[in-house]
Design a protein around this ligand. Structure first.
Ligand code: GLC
Length: 438
């Protein structure tokens, strides 16, 4: 009798433990939405992202055959993607149910998205990094669920550093010098297509990230402080912009001023660059079968400026449109795609997406599959957020002022001093408009 009692107790405990696991998102107990629904998810296609979304959709449909999930491919450049989304939102369109949204857009998307707190338990919300949840919480509404996080780093060719007897650069000046040495050497050996350093110089959000890194590393501050002080008109940033303009046509191709992430990765993965600034997704892909440099590169923190190494903090979330005809089904797809099991699968894929759930970083499978995870901790912990909190729904306008002025310096249209004065004035005007609620 006693024995069976204790067995019951053990079973009961096990069941409690099991059910608490299931509450936090185990897909085997996933509850499908009721009724039939067609859900369109707006998806990125950087790297193998689109294929992964399609695979996720297939897994979801196997679990919930009453829902059809279709991926809509959207532009690679974050700024172009936002432009497309805004057309849907302005029209209050039901054509897209679930959006893949950038970490900096919380203030922009808030009025168009449902509150995910209606669909997630507190226990489920507590699984995610609290800072990410806080970043996506606008006026107490959770406007998006964190899907993966990003922090940029410096990719370098291990074989070429060895060939030229160079160390991994830790400052921008060391990077410039090492890139020049390797470029000169490789060209002298006949590779006329070879470049020292590739990065993102097109006029879009990616350039905001790159230039934000130059600024933060030299001054320790972002272009607008959390309390609304503009920090661009200073000699350190002018010098950093001049240095970057000097890279164009020097250690970087002229065309770098048209490059997004994928263009830089194209040059890099073909074996035609010594260094690349990019996000973690390029790690697994660079080691893929179609890569000329598999096994010949590594990833380090970005170079230091006078103050710090300020990697840009990126990342993407999933948000359910208020204009969807089936918000319950869309939220169910969002929950499925952001749950631990699916985040783990994406982390193990060649895209190597960094989970937004701290517990997954302790998963031995992840470290075994991708050595980057073990090294991402400090890079992520010190990554610097763009000023999207203080600019809220006007973030994209602020970023556009920033990147278009930087771009004009890179392409020789404006000198660096004039550019920082212009951006300072325009950013201050924007902040004034925000303060009076325009
Ligand atoms: C990456 C980042 C995102 C950033 C974008 C810029 O996708 O995750 O936050 O805005 O790059 O190109």
């Amino acid at each position: 009798m006693k024995k069976s009692m204790s067995l019951v107790l053990v079973l009961a405990l096990l069941l409690t433990a099991f059910s608490s696991v299931s509450v936090v998102g185990a897909q085997d107990t996933f509850v499908c939405p009721e009724g039939e629904a067609d859900i369109v998810v707006a998806a990125g296609a950087v790297g193998v992202e689109l294929e992964l979304v399609q695979e996720q959709a297939a897994r979801y449909m196997e679990l919930c055959p009453n829902v059809t999930v279709t991926a809509l491919e959207t532009p690679d450049l974050a700024t172009d993607r936002l432009g497309l989304y805004q057309q849907f939102w302005e029209a209050q369109s039901a054509d897209v149910d679930l959006y893949q949204v950038d970490v900096i857009w919380a203030g922009i998307i808030a009025e168009h998205m449902v509150d995910m707190k209606e669909y997630l338990t507190q226990e489920q919300i507590d699984q995610y990094f609290p800072a990410m949840i806080a970043g996506q919480t606008i006026e107490d509404r959770l406007v998006a669920i964190p899907w993966f996080t990003d922090a940029a780093g410096l990719y370098y060719r291990t074989d070429l550093l060895e060939k030229y007897g160079l160390e991994v650069p830790t400052t921008w000046d060391e990077l410039t010098a090492a890139a020049q040495t390797i470029q000169d050497g490789e060209r002298a050996e006949g590779n006329t297509e070879f470049w020292g350093y590739v990065w993102q110089g097109n006029s879009y959000e990616g350039l905001t990230c790159d230039a934000h890194e130059w600024l933060v590393s030299e001054t320790g501050e972002t272009f607008i402080s959390p309390d609304g002080v503009v920090n661009v008109n200073n000699p350190e940033f002018v010098a950093a912009l001049e240095r970057a303009a000097g890279w164009v046509g020097g250690i970087s191709p002229d065309a770098v001023t048209t490059y997004g992430e994928e263009e830089s990765r194209g040059v890099w993965q073909a074996g035609n660059a010594a260094f690349m600034r990019n996000w973690p997704y390029a790690y697994g892909l660079g080691n893929g079968e179609d890569s000329a440099i598999a096994g010949q590169f590594d990833y380090a923190p970005l170079p230091m400026g006078a103050v710090t190494a300020g990697a840009c903090l990126g990342g993407w979330q999933l948000a359910v449109s208020q204009y969807s005809d089936n918000p319950d089904a869309a939220a169910s797809v969002a929950r499925f795609r952001t749950a631990p099991e699916e985040q783990k699968l994406r982390a193990l894929s060649p895209q190597g997406a960094n989970p937004t759930i701290p517990a997954l970083y302790e998963d031995p499978d992840l470290e075994a599959a991708n050595p980057l995870f073990a090294r991402m901790g400090p890079i992520l912990a010190t990554a610097v957020a763009r000023p999207s909190g203080v600019t809220a729904e006007r973030y994209n306008d602020a970023s556009t002022i920033f990147f278009s002025n930087v771009h004009s310096v890179l392409t020789g249209g404006t000198d660096a001093q004039t550019a920082v004065e212009d951006m300072e004035l325009d950013l201050q005007d924007l902040l004034e408009e925000l303060a009076v609620g325009v």
